[in-house]
Design a protein. Structure first.
Length: 199
């Protein structure tokens, strides 16, 4: 199987992953930029909304282009995997583990330890680690790089707090930083998909 054929098979899973990543990225940036000095919260939130819209439109345009036969060339060699297969058992196992870790950890951090300042770092850590699982399920190495970057930012957030840093600093690094990584991963995947490479 060529890179182009593999890309066509995997693209629907990439579409789902891109939408998920874009949504999380928007939430991370919009929800964690409030502690920054004006006018940065407004700039980042408007910029995040515009970037999210552009990435989602580009994602679906890329999918449509990949499944359409060229006007003067052969038809695609393989049909894309339906979205229902991309969201199969493995996907839901990863999501279930993520949900348990996310809400269980937040309960301990906020309700037991009373350290809400690091809540966003915990969210970034869990979301980042869950991309390792998605990368394995969808055979998409790109998500492993994303998982590594987000995990590093989450750990940096915990370190900042342990060193006496403010909640705003933790949110900027672990929250806004993770959102930027998510957008970057979607853009990277788009560029590779347009070139017929696997993501």
């Amino acid at each position: 199987m060529t890179n182009g054929e593999a890309g066509q098979r995997r693209l629907p899973g990439y579409v789902i992953g891109s939408i998920i990543a874009t949504g999380f990225g928007t939430g991370f940036i919009a929800g964690n930029s409030g502690g920054l000095p004006d006018p940065w919260p407004q700039i980042l939130r408007v910029g995040a909304a515009l970037c999210a819209a552009a990435l989602i439109i580009a994602t679906f345009r890329t999918r449509s282009a990949s499944t359409a036969a060229p006007a003067s060339g052969p038809a695609p060699a393989a049909e894309p995997v339906p979205a229902r297969q991309a969201m199969g058992r493995g996907y839901w196992i990863v999501v279930a583990i993520e949900a348990i870790a996310l809400f269980g950890g937040l309960f301990v951090i906020n309700g037991v330890l009373h350290r809400s300042e690091v809540s966003v770092a915990w969210v970034a850590l869990v979301v980042g680690l869950h991309f390792y699982g998605l990368g394995a399920v969808w055979h998409a190495p790109m998500y492993h790089w994303l998982a590594t970057a987000m995990t590093a930012l989450a750990v940096a957030g915990f370190v900042i707090y342990a060193a006496g840093g403010s909640a705003a600093a933790v949110s900027a690094v672990a929250g806004v930083g993770s959102g930027v990584c998510l957008y970057g991963a979607v853009l990277w995947g788009l560029l590779r998909a347009r070139r017929g490479l696997t993501v």
